[in-house]
Design a protein around this ligand. Structure first.
Ligand code: SAM
Length: 246
C-alpha cells in the first residue's frame, strides 16, 4: 500500500510538474518513514484532490516530488456535522482535533444559555488545529470550521436529513437508529455545554426538528460527548473508510 501525505492547501499542478513539500512533510518522510528518493506516495490537498507523486529529492527541511496523476475524490456520504455549544478554555481545541480525526465535514460552534465561553473567538486557532488533524489523520478533506453563532440563530436554519441532539436525560439511544444511506445525505450532531442545555433550549431543539437521543446512563464531559456521538454515527452510517477517503 502506498503511503499517504496530506498538505492542506497545497497546489497540485499538472502531471510532470514538481511540487515542493514543506519542512514538516520532509521530516516525516525522511526521519519517520525513512523513505528515499524514488519512493511513490499519495499527496492529498485536504480539499478533495489526490496526486500520485514520486520523490525526487529529500533533504532535512525540504523535499521535491514529481506529480504523476491527479484525481478528484468524491465527498463521503452521509456528511456528519458537529454543532457544539462552545466551552471555556481548551475544551474546544480537543473537540476540534478529535472530531476532525473522526471525519466530520463541519464544526459549528453555538453559544447557548449555559455556555461558559470566552467571547474572544478562537476560530483561527481551531482552523489551524483542524488542518493539523487532517494532516496527521490522512483525511482527504478539511472540515469547515464556522464562526460561533447563537443557538437560537442556528435553530432557524434548515435541518439536515437527520438531526440529533444529545442529552443525558433522554431514554432513546442510538441502538434503534437505522440510517438509510440513500435518503440520509447529511447528519447533524448537537452537543450541549458543560452545564447542558436548559429546559427551554431542549424544547426549542425539539420544536426545530432535532431528535433527542442519549449516549447511555453516564454523564460524559461535553468534550467527550461530541467525539463519542460522531464515532458511533460514523459506524452506523457505514463511514469507516480507507485512508484518505474522508
Ligand atoms: N448536567 C448536564 C445535563 O444534565 O445536561 C450535563 C451536561 S454534559 C457534561 C454536556 C453535554 O454532553 C450534554 O449537554 C449532552 O449534549 C452531552 N452528553 C453528556 N453525557 C451524555 C449522555 N449520556 N447522553 C447524551 N448526551 C450526553
Amino acid at each position: 500500500m502506498k503511503r499517504s501525505l496530506v498538505m492542506p492547501g497545497v497546489s497540485l499542478g499538472e502531471p510532470g510538474s514538481t511540487v515542493e513539500l514543506d519542512a514538516d512533510s520532509a521530516h516525516y518522510l525522511r526521519d519517520v518513514l525513512r523513505l528515499e528518493a524514488g519512493a511513490v506516495l499519495w499527496l492529498f490537498d485536504g480539499r478533495g484532490k489526490r496526486a500520485e507523486i514520486v520523490l525526487c529529492s529529500l533533504a532535512k527541511r525540504v523535499a521535491l516530488a514529481e506529480i504523476r496523476v491527479v484525481t478528484e475524490i468524491e465527498r463521503p456520504s452521509p456528511s456528519i456535522e458537529l454543532v457544539q455549544a462552545v466551552s471555556k478554555g481548551d475544551k474546544m481545541d480537543l473537540v476540534v482535533r478529535q472530531c476532525t480525526e473522526l471525519g466530520v465535514s463541519a464544526i459549528l460552534p453555538v453559544v447557548s444559555e449555559r455556555s461558559v465561553a470566552e467571547r474572544r473567538a478562537r476560530v483561527e486557532r481551531w482552523r489551524s488545529i483542524a488542518q493539523d488533524a487532517v494532516r496527521v489523520s490522512g483525511r482527504a478533506f478539511e472540515p469547515e470550521i464556522h464562526e460561533p453563532i447563537e443557538l437560537e440563530a442556528w435553530l432557524h436554519r434548515p435541518r439536515a436529513d437527520l438531526s440529533l441532539s444529545f442529552s443525558g436525560s433522554e431514554t432513546h439511544g442510538l441502538r434503534d437508529l437505522a440510517i438509510d444511506r440513500a435518503a440520509v445525505r447529511r447528519i447533524e450532531v448537537v452537543v450541549g455545554p458543560e452545564g447542558g442545555f436548559s429546559e427551554r433550549e431542549r424544547d426549542r431543539l425539539r420544536a426545530a426538528g432535532t431528535r433527542a437521543v442519549s449516549l447511555g446512563a453516564f454523564t460524559l464531559r461535553t468534550e467527550t460527548a461530541g467525539a463519542v456521538a460522531v464515532a458511533l454515527l460514523m459506524y452506523l452510517a457505514g463511514r469507516l473508510g480507507a485512508p484518505g477517503e474522508g
